[in-house]
Design a protein around this ligand. Structure first.
Ligand code: GLN
Length: 540
């Protein structure tokens, strides 16, 4: 048993209301004076989201410890400035796998293994283990999905039981709902909230705080009505309006008196240090400059697939008081000849080719990279984008016309090939080269100037690498591999010295970018994009 306090966050009415953001915002308000741990429960049977297509579930977030987790962990890390752990993401897959392994081992000998108490006990024991091992003052547990979802039943039941284990003074249930406003009457409606709190009560949970997602702040009378129907005080109904930037939410909650509520109900410290944070939020809201950056991928239909990249651009933009407009470029269109690369990159001040898998869209991306290289457009290649930049250079500068990655095609010139450590890998889940690794940076490089360090740590998620047999040929023609593993065996950063901004990484710099600590490669890109935009406006 631990002495931590617990906050349970559930969502009602519909998905996509921003439960991850409100969880991260609540945690941010408490994190200046408490040690807070964030847990996310997901109902699906995958052990982790690593094997899911990003179009289906949004980006797969990768932690420093190598865990592939739900994208809400990106919000937690960005808001709290912490390194989360794989064990903090509980899925039905993880829980059932452990239950069945335990049963086979004989841990339940003589017993009928049941959903309640065995599965719910295991879930609760995870909450307590994490609280204890992290020495947490507060554990915030975000329940995935929407109340009423079949697959979340066991997690929600565990959350209900938790109150009996820790005592009513040590746990708080926060429910996020949707408060629609009918345009013709201009009136906020409480019915969906009433029905969703009723569903919550049916499973034995009485919410203590209700957060109403709405277009604007909640009116007084709607707060009153929600309070009456939900059995809570009016002061416990909190607004979550449309805002320009998600980073403003902790400040709105502060105005709504949420820290005071949390302190009174949970007896925790509520002093939040948000000075730097507010300054950055105001830089996001009142930018002095603007640039447009193209994100060239194949999952562009669901912007959540590249969530950390767009957030990293917000961070770097805030730092330079610059609004970064995003242009989503579907590279299959260039590949199919539906649009030319010149047309696609018109008015663009910077190009990102992000990570990805498989062959679809890669020829279009290579075209974009060639254009950015030849026209000196600021460029950042990430993981697959880095690999494609090497392929483009091999084809168009080194004359290796058939250069490719063995992931993409059978090729006589495999400049990108499988990592040796991947040769023996047979299963797909959690088997890539994953997580935080050290990178050695050579002095006198652009990378050194950008990071101002000879040794850095970044997060990886890949199976392929620059083929060591081609490194010399590539270097002879001008590529500088300025970052490698400490033993120099794997190429991790490439740059072109005669280009104003062409530094790319085999890793994912976006995953460690935070509002209060933007990723250096993104800072570099936004800065170069600003110079490019200024130059463009002068020459137009
Ligand atoms: N598909 C490439 C690899 O596995 C790149 C992966 C990525 O972009 N995350 O190496």
């Amino acid at each position: 048993m631990s002495y931590a306090k617990f906050i349970i966050v559930t969502g009602g009415v519909l998905s996509g209301l921003g439960k991850g953001i409100i969880s991260a915002s609540i945690a941010r308000l408490l994190s200046s004076s408490n040690r807070i741990v964030t847990i996310k429960c997901d109902g699906y049977l995958n052990v982790d989201p690593g094997t899911m297509n990003p179009i289906e579930h949004g980006e797969v977030f990768v932690l420093d410890d190598g865990g592939e987790v739900d994208l809400d962990f990106g919000h937690y890390e960005r808001f709290l400035n912490i390194d989360a752990k794989f064990t903090w993401n509980l899925t039905s897959g993880k829980i059932f796998k452990e239950i069945i392994d335990k049963e086979r081992k004989g841990d339940y000998l003589g017993k009928t293994v049941q959903m309640i108490p065995h599965v719910t006990d295991l879930i609760k024991s995870k909450f307590f283990q994490i609280a204890k091992s992290e020495d947490a003052d507060i554990v915030l547990i975000e329940m995935g999905g929407t109340i009423g979802d079949m697959e979340m039943m066991l997690f929600n039941e565990a959350a209900r039981q938790l109150k009996m284990d820790v005592g009513a003074d040590n746990i708080l249930y926060v429910h996020l709902t949707y408060v629609p406003e009918l345009e013709c009457v201009g009136e906020q409606k409480s019915k969906p909230t009433q029905q969703s709190t009723e569903l919550l009560r049916k499973i034995g949970i009485q919410p203590n705080i209700i957060i109403g997602r709405s277009r604007r702040m909640l009116d007084d009378d709607i707060k009153e009505k929600i309070a009456l129907f939900s059995n809570i005080d009016k002061a416990h109904v909190v607004s979550d309006p449309d805002i320009q930037t998600v980073y403003e939410l902790p400040l709105i909650f502060q105005k709504e008196g949420l820290p005071y509520l949390l302190r009174n109900m949970l007896k925790v410290k509520d002093k939040a240090n948000l000075t730097k944070w507010s300054r950055l939020v105001s830089a996001i809201k009142n930018p002095k400059h603007e640039v447009t950056i193209a994100i060239c991928g194949k999952y562009t239909k669901l912007h959540d697939s590249y969530l950390s990249i767009s957030e990293a651009l917000v961070h770097a933009g805030a730092h330079y008081e610059t609004k970064v407009h995003l242009k989503w470029l579907e590279t299959t269109d260039i590949e199919n000849g539906r649009r030319t690369v010149e047309e696609s990159l018109k008015g663009i001040d910077g190009v990102i080719v992000p990570g990805g898998f498989g062959s679809r869209g890669t020829e279009g991306k290579i075209e974009v990279i060639r254009y950015a290289r030849e026209n000196k457009i600021p460029f950042l290649g990430i993981c697959l984008g880095f690999q494609l930049a090497v392929i483009e250079f091999a084809r168009n500068v080194c004359g290796l016309k058939k250069a490719n990655s063995t992931e993409i095609a059978d090729t006589p010139e495999p400049v990108i090939c499988l990592l040796p450590e991947q040769m023996k890998v047979e299963t797909k889940g959690g088997t890539m080269r994953l997580g935080g690794r050290d990178i050695r940076i050579s002095k006198d490089s652009q990378a050194y100037k950008i990071y101002n360090a000879e040794s850095i740590r970044e997060r990886f998620r890949h199976r392929y690498e620059v083929n060591p047999e081609y490194v010399e040929t590539l270097e002879k023609k001008g590529i500088v591999f300025s970052g490698t593993t400490p033993d120099k065996s794997i190429m991790q950063i490439m740059e072109l010295p005669d280009h104003p901004c062409y530094v790319s990484g085999q890793y994912h710099p976006e995953l460690s970018s935070r509002l209060e600590r933007p990723a250096p490669l993104f800072l570099n890109l936004v800065k170069a994009a600003r110079s490019f935009a200024e130059h463009r406006s002068r020459t137009n």
